[in-house]
Design a protein around this ligand. Sequence first.
Ligand code: PMP
Ligand code: GLN
Length: 389
Amino acid sequence: LASRVGPLGTTVFSEFSALALKHGAVNLGQGFPDFDGPDAVKEAAHQAILSGINQYAPSVGLKVLREAIAEHGARFHGQEGIDPDTMVTVTSGATEAIFCVLLGLVDPGDEVVAFEPFYDSYDANIAFVGARPRYVPLRPPDATHATWWFDRDEVRAAFGPRTRLLILNTPHNPTGKVFTREELAFLAELCAEHDVKVLSDEVYEHIVFAPARHVRAATVPGLAERTVTVSSGGKSFSFTGWKVGWIIAPPALRDAVQRAHQFVTFATASPLQAAMAVALRLPDTYFEQLRAQYLARRERLLAGLAQAGLKAHVPEGSYFILADISGQGLGDDVAFCRHLVTRVGVAAIPPSVFYAPEHRHLGQGMARFAFCKSDAILDDAARRLKDGL
Ligand code: PMP
Ligand code: GLN
């Protein structure tokens, strides 16, 4: 076993999906929809295969998809001037994109600032490139903050001479926080001061609930020239298994990421790229419906959790809810989630795994529930929680 993988166990998502299967539990753990995306997009993939789009795509991605990514950025996020030829690389999911950004921009010994709780691949990927993470905890809503928030002094203190990259994730998994333009402007200033690049993971860009609005970090003054935007079609089109992702960045940064990408996967599945171009060009009504459906599912799960006596933070975006489990008398989040999946028949994710070991306690009073599930499943989960807790 190489030392870089020695400390890594099985990801919490695989672990709890396996437990859910074994115990016949309703799986609100790993974040994947139990429904498919639009038929028109499936049809496009089918047609792409039948019409012979079956050999390697160019390493940067099919031109039709890079053009669709550029158009989509302008249409929904006001990100004008994306040159599909010099500013876009298609990757195998956001997961590969994140790894290639770290490979392309961060040296061993550099420091990477990120917020906790973090999406778990950040921590592993920072370690893979021999860099050191500097984590700043997001704080839960309280009497003076209506949403998850961060202490500006704590962020300032995390930046230093070795800081090379800031990782942002908005809308945020697992808190559901949507970073405001003002918060991003503060971070932009700090990054300019320290000449730090930004990886902005925006895979939940279309799952945002009013009054929150998604702000593409790269549209904030001072961030355009230093930001690599990462996204994918998994969440926006309910095809998480397709693993079609991409990065958008100024040419010099795109080049750095592309140099890594060409030797990590070289290229991503061609027919799925062709279909993803169709998806990104779906009419506005598709995206409005997606949001409306997720809002309804959010309300349904919130109601279910409330009936089971679980207080929850209302997410502004993403398809996750963090519920307060501290009063349940079942131990920490890991013990609670194990009890839940084996005895109550519901799988959830213990969020302490999204914190560095020294901050684990911050996640131990919560459990993460995914609401990217059909009504019948959400109702079944609610019933089991009410009866079993
Ligand atoms: N970033 C975040 C915040 C995620 O939640 C996920 C997966 N759910 C990813 C990246 C990975 O996306 P993909 O499936 O496109 O690799
Ligand atoms: N991003 C998904 C989640 O947070 C899981 C992705 C994975 O299994 N790696 O649930």
